[in-house]
Design a protein around this ligand. Structure first.
Ligand SMILES: O=P(O)(O)OC[C@H]1O[C@@H](O)[C@H](O)[C@@H](O)[C@@H]1O
Length: 317
């Protein structure tokens, strides 16, 4: 795509308002850097365009025909189309794109709190502007790295210096994300986190395999005092309201979305899995999605300069 198309005037505003870094070499003039970034990103299958509500979004296009999109607001993946062309993520019809409220759908970040807890539900990572740190292309597969650092808004709720790095790689049939949280403060901090993935589904026909034997924290009916149990089922379904944490979940589970797709959800270091469907609490859309979330429910404590890293890979056959 031509530079002019990539960088309209809205984009130039966004560069300053979202700390978008056009290129690693910051000594170049901004103008040259913008042009270089756009040329490089166009050829790497990574480009930035205007999304809903005028919010900037990163488009990933692989040489194989797969596609994904990520809003910088919240670092939120809102679309993933493997080569079969079907979007396997779900964005709720009540989602707003105003840069004020989190985007309800896709893969929002829960950070630095999964919740419930003292901070706002699911923390603030999903309603801050992430920036683009880097982009590359590996054998036709676009890779983009987003970053989030503390600022006055996060400090007002959680007074720590941190650096979150979110690397997203799109392959023909898979989407891999690596999240790194680094303590850049002089004091330790602790956090919980999740990738709150909304999958498009027929909730009535959807099921998850791989969780049998896990300890469970069932948040239905009381999310603050969940009841402990053990999952006995080989195949977990969504017959009504579901809100359950699976502790020490395996590195791989399988979601049958009830729409003809089986999605393999693999992880490294996301120790827990959460299943959620709001049923009649969201009458307008509960039939059309299920959430299968890789999570870290127990607190991670990081000393200064320490990092925590977790990987998720979602794929279709
Ligand atoms: O903030 P959202 O996207 O509406 O999601 C809320 C739900 O997120 C789930 O992860 C929690 O387990 C639920 O308890 C919660 O209600």
């Amino acid at each position: 795509m031509a530079t002019a198309q990539l960088l309209g005037s809205w984009m130039q505003n966004m560069i300053s308002s979202t700390n978008l870094r056009p290129h690693r070499n910051c000594h170049r003039s901004m103008r040259t850097a913008r042009a270089t970034f756009s040329q490089e990103t166009a050829s790497s299958g990574v480009r930035i365009t205007e999304g809903n509500g005028g919010l900037p979004k990163v488009l990933l296009n692989s040489a194989h025909g797969s596609e994904a999109e990520i809003y910088l607001f919240g670092g939120c993946l809102t679309s993933w189309k493997p080569v079969n062309g079907k979007d396997l993520l779900f964005v709720r019809p009540d989602a707003v794109f105003n840069g004020q409220k989190p985007i309800s759908g896709g893969i929002p970040h829960c950070f630095p709190q999964f919740g419930p807890g003292p901070l706002q539900q699911h923390g603030f990572g999903r309603n801050m502007n992430w920036s683009v740190g880097d982009s590359e292309n590996i054998e036709g597969n676009p890779v983009v790295t987003l970053e989030l650092k503390d600022g006055p808004y996060s400090r007002s709720m959680w007074d720590f210096s941190f650096h979150a790095i979110y690397k997203v790689e799109l392959n023909s049939k898979s989407l891999t994300t690596v999240l790194t949280i680094k303590n850049t403060d002089k004091k330790p901090f602790s956090f919980s986190t999740a990738l709150h993935t909304y999958f498009k589904a027929s909730a009535a026909g959807a099921s998850v395999k791989g969780l049998k034997g896990c300890k469970t924290l069932n948040k239905d009916p009381d999310p603050v005092n969940p009841s402990e149990g053990t999952e006995e089922r080989e195949v977990v379904t969504f017959p009504g309201f579901v809100d359950c944490v699976y502790l020490d979940a395996p590195g791989e589970v399988h979601l049958d979305n009830g729409l003809g797709d089986v999605i393999t959800i693999q992880n490294t270091n996301w120790s827990d899995t959460v299943l959620w469907n709001p049923h009649l609490q969201m009458e307008a859309c509960y039939r059309d999605f299920v959430c299968v979330e890789n999570a870290k429910i127990g607190k991670v404590e990081l000393q200064p300069d320490q990092s925590w890293v977790a990987k998720q890979r979602i794929s279709v056959a």
